[in-house]
Each structure stands twice: as C-alpha cells, then as structure tokens.
Design a protein around this ligand. Sequence first.
Ligand code: SF4
Length: 88
Amino acid sequence: MALKILSSCINCDMCEPECPNQAISLGEHVFEIDPTRCTECVGHYDAPTCVAVCPIDVVKPDPLYRESLDALAEKFIQLTTLSDANDK
Ligand code: SF4
C-alpha cells in the first residue's frame, strides 16, 4: 500500500530527500506522495524511510492504495527498469 502525508504536515522537508523512489514532492499545501512511485520502500529498505524521518508522525498508509508485498515488489522492479532505461 502506498503511504500518504496528512494535511497536518509542517513542511519540514525531512522526507523528500530520503525517498529512494522520488515519490515525494511539495504539493499545493504540504508534501505529497505519488502512489504510483511509492513502494513503501520495498526493494530499498526494511521499513518506510519517510515514516522513520518524519518528526511529527504524519506519514500513514493510504487506504485508497492497498497493495500486496508482491505488488510493491513488482512496482519496485518496474521503477528500477524504467530508471535504468532512462540512464542509457
Ligand atoms: Fe518514498 Fe519509501 Fe516513503 Fe514510499 S515509503 S514515499 S517509497 S520513502
């Protein structure tokens, strides 16, 4: 399942540079997570790194994007393949 940043985010910018999938960007009001790029850090880390660095605990599971571990791993592979192709 992709994660989402709640509207109580204080825009401290701790999470954006830590995301291994470039899934986090500044939205209209607060930072946002692109669900098409969030793998919950599957393929990179044992746990979501944005959750670990958020000082006020506002990164939560997004109920609109429920995905199995296999689906997250497949997304990781697709993102990595795309990234490799763009590097060539
Ligand atoms: Fe990025 Fe990982 Fe947070 Fe998803 S869980 S937004 S991949 S840092």
